[in-house]
Design a protein around this ligand. Structure first.
Ligand code: SF4
Length: 704
């Protein structure tokens, strides 16, 4: 029996897995030694091995046009096609004609090598990732408020807090092991440890809350400012903390003084008593921990929402101490590693920004590329890639480890744009996905069980994800594909790596003296010591030691003067509010068993039985006038598309709001692509689209 320690490749909780290989095959179980998950796993982690050998892409395949058949080609032919296309686009459109769209499924080594190729060698910042659709508002919020990205909290805080304030997150279903850790603490301390949930749905998280606030979609800032208003009115704020560690309080105070409970109640669609109860719990708690995820981030004012949560923590000094702080939960397993490696179109490795000339110069020097090679302009965000395809400004699109033909907003427009791409490379482990239909060249990639690399979870723990199987067919590691393209383009010195350990060794040097310093980490150290949390500088730490669990414990932030920054902001509300023609707000979300677009979980029998089909949740108040009953088929129309779902009539959703899961793409159901309804209006700071809310109308269908 041989056992391999690795990490779950699904969500940002980052649970440790132990794969035990025996004569009858491999089995997976929770790794009891992993500090984040302590041996726990959810159904996704427990069934992961069932997906590894299903419907794999085995060989490179090429076709001349989207209506032609794919033909198997050699890797040499595939690389020739990529290099000649890149050179042609560079000659005719320049570097910005090239775009890559990657994924939080990448290990950090994949992310880093892609940044070096696209931003360093080719000279365009057109690298974006599915993290754009997931948590880029959290990145922007942390940067604006604290001077740097980086969730400041630890999962241990879940067991030390007096009040968990969960807003825009169904943690019980979407980050189940995080929730399990809190729930044990919550159950063991009834009445002493309180859970507040703000969500238009009474989700599984809301069902066990001490206080559920079913606010209208788009009114989060009103609620947060309303709580701040009461804390100010009651003088339950930390003036010493504000005076010593923050800027901008006077303007913030001027704004939130306007948010009386009655006014906020009217905006949010809940009673003033509920708002006062929430504020009272916050005021009475010694330690308050906020959690949020896509319900906050996927918004046309996502950055302002994140900063409004942070405001409350600055106002009350609830940060930098055990059991407290503003804690963004990441969606993808290595979204955090992507942030560290510079995996969004405004970022460079080591929490640097492309718009900062000193940052660019540091990276250029380190990469040994000519000064000025890294563009000073922010590259295309996910949706701007679609717009670039529409205008013809994008001549080559390279998609890797993600399925945007299901996950992008306004899917009908997205697909029409993808169909116009002159040349699309699709690097993926599975075949087919919905995105395969838009590819000219398919590249088979190894997946989690066949590659070794690092992943960072939401609490900054870095785990070595260790491969334990040979790849099928001719699949190659993502970083190795990027490196080989780089070498064939003439950048031999830049892509000297022979292993992912080599890549990591180089990458961590770019984090030296940065907020995410992890110069003390190597693959070997992670293999022998297990997961380690950053910051982890190389100079000070003896074997087995662990630096601070939390950031900002001394109240010094990464701004020029060391102070955090309040934001004073009014809510703008939804980008597409309901009206007479489209009177309901659609919100989309995730179910416990499925992962995103089902590329893996749609191939696992147990999970398919758990969630056999998509549905729409409708409050009786909205269902009865339309004569919609339980199980009836319902057409859901927005200004962009139509879907059909079976109705679940339930009081778990607020009146005026309907909910559908986002997991079903065209491969699994012809009529249930939730994102054919959503719109691309995005936060002006984070460019994260408002996937969480659009206006729809319903009609009952006469269908068996
Ligand atoms: S909680 Fe997330 S990381 Fe943990 S087992 Fe489930 S899907 Fe995997």
């Amino acid at each position: 029996m041989e056992s391999v320690r690795t990490v779950c490749p699904y969500c940002g909780v980052g649970c440790g897995l132990e794969v035990v290989k025996g004569p009858a095959g491999s089995k997976v179980r929770g790794d009891r030694a992993h500090p984040s998950s302590q041996g726990m796993v959810c159904v996704k982690g427990a069934t992961i091995l069932e997906s590894v050998d299903r419907d794999r892409l085995l060989y490179p395949m090429l076709r001349a046009s989207l209506d032609a058949e794919f033909q198997r080609v050699s890797w040499d032919e595939a690389f020739d096609a990529i290099v000649s296309r890149i050179q042609a686009v560079l000659a005719t459109q320049g570097p910005d004609g090239i775009c890559m769209y990657g994924s939080g499924q990448f290990v950090t080594e994949d992310y880093y090598t892609a940044q070096k190729l696209i931003k360093g060698c080719l000279g365009t910042n057109n690298f974006d990732a599915n993290s754009r659709l997931c948590m880029s508002s959290a990145v922007s919020g942390y940067i604006r408020s604290f001077g740097s990205d980086g969730p400041p909290c630890s999962y241990d805080d879940l067991e030390l807090t007096d009040c968990l304030f969960a807003i825009g997150t169904n943690t019980a279903e979407c980050h189940p092991i995080v929730f399990n850790r809190f729930r044990k603490h919550h159950r063991a301390n009834p009445g002493k440890v309180r859970l507040i949930v703000a969500d238009p749905r009474c989700t599984e998280t809301g069902q066990v809350a001490d206080l559920h606030l079913p606010i209208r979609p788009g009114t989060d800032i009103d609620l947060l400012n309303g709580i701040a208003h009461l804390l100010l009115r009651w003088d339950r704020i930390d003036r010493a903390y504000i005076d010593t560690h923050t800027n901008g309080f006077a303007a913030y105070e001027g704004i939130v003084r306007q948010y009386s409970p009655d006014w906020v109640a009217d905006r949010c669609g809940i009673s003033a008593e509920l708002i006062e109860t929430a504020a009272r719990i916050w005021a009475e708690s010694d330690r308050v921990l906020s959690l949020w995820s896509m319900g906050i981030n996927q918004s046309s004012e996502g950055t302002a929402k994140v900063r409004s949560i942070i405001n409350l923590h600055l106002l009350t000094g609830q940060i930098g101490k055990p059991g407290a702080g503003p804690f963004s939960l990441t969606g993808q397993p290595n979204a955090m590693g992507g942030r560290e490696a510079g995996g969004l179109s405004r970022l460079l490795p080591g929490y640097r920004l492309v718009t900062n000339s000193q940052h660019r110069a540091e990276v250029e020097q380190f990469w040994q590329i000519p000064a000025g090679r890294i563009s000073p302009h922010t590259g295309r965000s996910a949706w701007e890639i679609v717009e670039g395809l529409e205008t013809g400004d994008v001549g080559l699109l390279w998609i890797a480890a993600t399925n945007p033909a299901v996950s992008f907003p306004d899917l009908n427009r997205t697909k029409a744009a993808f169909a116009r791409s002159p040349f699309t490379i699709y690097q993926e482990s599975y075949h087919p996905t919905e995105t395969t239909a838009f590819a000219h060249l398919l590249l088979p990639a190894t997946q989690w069980s066949e590659k070794t690399g690092t992943m960072t979870n939401s609490e900054r723990f870095v785990t070595l994800s260790q491969g334990f199987q040979a790849p099928p067919g001719e699949a190659r590691e993502d970083w190795a594909i990027f490196a080989e393209v780089g070498r064939r383009l003439g950048f031999r010195e830049q892509f000297w790596f022979e292993s992912s350990a080599d890549v990591y060794q180089e990458f961590v040097q770019l984090t030296r003296d940065r907020p995410c310093d992890m110069t003390g980490l190597t693959h070997d150290r992670l293999r022998t010591q297990g997961p380690l949390q950053w910051p982890y500088p190389d100079s000070t730490l003896p074997e087995g030691s662990q630096p601070a669990k939390r950031l900002y414990t001394d109240g010094r932030f990464n701004t020029a003067d060391g102070r955090a920054q309040f934001i004073a902001v009014h809510s703008r509300g939804l980008a597409e509010p309901p009206d007479a023609a489209y009177p309901l707000v659609l919100t989309v979300g995730r179910l416990y068993g499925h992962w995103h677009t089902q590329t893996r979980t749609g191939r696992i029998d147990k999970i398919k039985k758990m969630h056999p089909h998509p549905f729409i949740e409708i409050h009786p108040f909205d269902a009865v006038p339309l004569e919609i009953g339980e199980g009836d088929w319902v057409a859901v129309r927005s200004r962009r598309g139509e879907c059909q779902f079976r109705a679940k009539v339930t009081k778990a959703i607020a009146p005026g709001t309907v909910f559908v899961p986002m997991h079903w793409g065209g491969l699994w159901d012809d009529h249930a692509e939730a994102n054919s309804l959503t719109h691309p209006e995005a936060c002006p700071d984070s460019y994260e689209p408002e996937l969480k809310a659009c206006a729809v109308q319903l009609a009952k269908l006469d269908r068996p």
